[in-house]
Write a protein that binds this ligand. Sequence first.
Ligand code: AGP
Length: 629
Amino acid sequence: MCGIIGYCGHRPAVPLVLEGLKRLEYRGYDSAGLAFLQVSKLEIIRSEGKLCRLEEKVAQTANTFAPISIGHTRWATHGLPVEKNAHPHASNSGAVAIVHNGIIENFQEIKDELLAKGYVFHSETDTEVLANCIADELDGLLQRHFGKSYAGAAQEFAENAQENSLQYLELMEKAFAKALQKAHGAYAVVLLSPLVPKHILAARLAAPLLMGIGIGEYFVASDVPAFLPYTRDVVFLDDREYVVISSGGYAVKNLYTAEPVQKEIHHIPWDLQGAAKDGFKHFMLKEIMEQPKVLRDCLAGRVQNGRICLPELDNMPVPESIRIIACGTSYNAGLWSQYYLEQFAQLPVTVEIASEFRYRKPILNSRELIVVISQSGETADTLGALRLCREKGYPVLGICNVLGSSVAREASACLYTQAGPEISVASTKAMLSQMVVLLLLALYFGQRRNTACPAEEVLAELRRLPDVLEGTLADMREKAKEFAYKYAFAKSFFYLGRGTAYALALEGALKLKELSYIHAEGYATGEMKHGPIALIDPEFPAFALAFDDENFGKVRSGILEVKSRQGKVIALLQEGTVLDCEDLWYIPKTAIPEFLALPAMQLFSYEMADYLGKDVDQPRNLAKSVTVE
Ligand code: AGP
């Protein structure tokens, strides 16, 4: 998954594009680049590594006030993260440069055709193939209209660019559209060309792309933070649409018919401050500490007079079963909710990993409700699962955090988690907000099915939790530091949980893995005696969730089994419970302890990663949203 941006306007475009890329760096950061036009000549600057390397190169080589530029931060899918594979990629002719997010699945077939025509390639990327495919289509049109290809008459075309601008733009749009119609897979692509020096073209298929509408300036980007300081008026492009922007305006068209498409302009409510660190050392810490507010925001407007209000679902029939599909942390949130959905809504619930579900030819039935959960709303496997179900005519409920994202727009209905932008790659507040929405969903269907669910008590607890969490976060952080320093050099960790704590154990293990790079396994406590306990020794500690519920006795036995084999245990338990264990971590007693246990485990992983000097907000090999398979 990559970050892309394009700008046409009245400001110096290169520094603005660099600034926008910084706010997109969470989307991928193993290489970066930008392109601009200098006296109608295409200039491209690229670098390996993080964005600061590109900034240094630009400072050394580009003194420009060019008002048009495109930029890219990369998370490698085709080809190593080295400079030659960094975007933008130019065509052999120099007629076009593009930046691209996604995967062109038939790139090899297109590449073979171009190789046979004599094209050469300098990178291993599918993007360079697409750039040459567009240029090839363009040359065919230029030959037909002017009797010459671009490469052979670049100077002449440049000299006539002003006089022939409309005709050149029309031909460029045709070439752009024709090439993209040949491309299969996923793309958000932005094009810059000396032939149309005042315009940027952009298009999308199964990858996010939106347009920012300023005053005398226009943006295209993968995500809102890229241009939020300049405008909050946003148009979300849909698949098989393209847009042409210039400093004078924009036009959205259908990629296949070139018919104009009317688009709604959304006004983004949250400001850049919401996407900035607010003084915290890392986005992750900020987002963990925001969770009391997230709890409140997620509840806002959804409970009236003791009743759950989810108008998005009122036209949906009450299902006879629910199937939840997601990836990563979102899957863990779904697994956690299974207990509450079955208990409160009295509906059978299955929870599936999206990448498994979509390829196993699942048997669906019309009386089940499919629920896909995705913070970003762009995760390829989750989106693929959604599309599979929609193609079969099944209703799909999306639970999503990003306004206007693909999941939000393609689901039959969408419940937004209202958690605000989550910039850190590790998902924290998003999961907490997903749990709130899923709990409300359980109560909502319980209400519609008239089950005897304790809605009043649960809602009272949900309303109380933000203050309880707010009051204990600082202590939690101190405890997290204490244990992180003590266990920082463990090579492996078990995370143990039972009942509603089991899914949290999986999440705790995922957080430790992805942040500190320490191997960690989440396990059902009751499973330890079926093999894993063979691994226990003083070097293989366990983080055990021991809530004061009907499982406490069995969990305590499981912990003692570990301790009796010289295993070390950090036991996270609720005030008032007693356990013979060296490292006890008490959290306030609440009826739904998971809403406190989750932030505690997030802080443990955060402090561990920070102590070990890891890249907390952008862990190696990871990206915020996995928009490729
Ligand atoms: C969680 O910390 C990871 N960043 C990852 O597992 C993530 O939850 C997963 O990729 C799903 O992302 P989504 O919620 O945006 O679909």
